[in-house]
Design a protein around this ligand. Structure first.
Ligand SMILES: [Zn+2]
Ligand SMILES: [Zn+2]
Length: 203
C-alpha cells in the first residue's frame, strides 16, 4: 500500500475510550447487515463527535447508547450506510426524532448536544484515489480522526424538539393522519395524498 499515499497504522486512533471499540463496531455491523466503508465513515464520525463534544459514558441510560432521549441530535447530509452507525453509537435515531436529514449528497454530519449547547460539523475529506472497497474500509479504520474529517462549525440551527400532534381522520381516504400533515379543503381535513394542490403562485 506504500504507493497509495497513506500509511497503514496497526491501531485505531483513540477517540474517547468509553466502550470496547471492537464490540461497538460489531454492534454497528449487526444493525447495518454488512461491513462496508460507508458504515466505517459513520462509525468514525460518531466516535469523533463523542470526543469533540466531550460526551462521556453513561450520558444516556440505554446500554451503550449515549442519547436515551433527544440529548444528542445529528443532522446527516446523506442517507447512506454511515447513518446506521450513528444511530447505534449515539442513539440518534429516526424513531426518537434526533436523526434528521439535510440532503445534500455530502458525507457531512452535524452533531448537537442540547444540554451544553455545543455542536460540531464533520465533513469527510477526500480519500486517496485507487483504493479497492476493502482497502478503503481499512483506510477509514486506520487513519486519525483529524486526517479523516474537517471539523467545522454547524450552519443549521438546532432543530426544535420532536413533539406529538393530534390526529384526525382524512375525510377522503378515512385514514388517521397527524394534524400537522393535513390540509383543509371545503372545510374538511384531508391528508396530503388525497389533497389536490391549488397553486398558481409557483411561476
Ligand atoms: Zn453499507
Ligand atoms: Zn386521505
Amino acid at each position: 500500500m506504500g504507493s497509495s499515499g497513506w500509511e497503514h497504522r496497526s491501531r485505531i486512533p483513540v477517540e474517547r475510550e468509553y466502550m470496547d471499540k471492537e464490540q461497538l463496531w460489531q454492534k454497528c455491523v449487526d444493525f447495518h447487515g454488512h461491513t462496508c466503508g460507508g458504515l466505517t465513515i459513520g462509525y468514525r464520525a460518531a466516535l469523533y463527535a463523542i470526543d469533540l463534544l466531550g460526551l462521556s459514558p453513561g450520558d444516556g441510560d440505554g446500554a451503550g447508547c449515549l442519547s436515551a432521549d433527544e440529548e444528542i441530535v445529528c443532522i446527516a447530509e446523506n442517507d447512506a450506510c454511515g447513518c446506521d452507525a450513528i444511530q447505534v453509537i449515539l442513539g440518534c435515531s429516526i424513531g426518537k426524532g434526533n436523526l434528521l436529514f439535510h440532503m445534500r449528497g455530502k458525507q457531512a454530519f452535524s452533531f448537537y448536544d442540547r444540554r451544553t449547547g455545543r455542536s460540531v460539523r464533520l465533513v469527510l475529506k477526500p480519500r486517496p484515489e485507487g483504493l479497492s472497497r476493502g482497502q478503503s474500509m481499512e483506510y477509514y479504520h486506520s487513519i486519525a480522526p483529524e486526517e479523516m474529517f474537517d471539523v467545522k462549525e454547524t450552519r443549521i440551527p438546532l432543530p426544535l424538539e420532536a413533539r406529538s400532534f393530534g390526529a384526525h381522520i382524512c375525510s377522503r381516504c378515512g385514514e388517521e393522519t397527524g394534524e400537522n400533515w393535513m390540509r383543509v379543503a371545503d372545510g374538511e381535513m384531508i391528508c396530503l395524498d388525497c389533497f389536490e394542490a391549488y397553486d398558481r403562485f409557483d411561476v
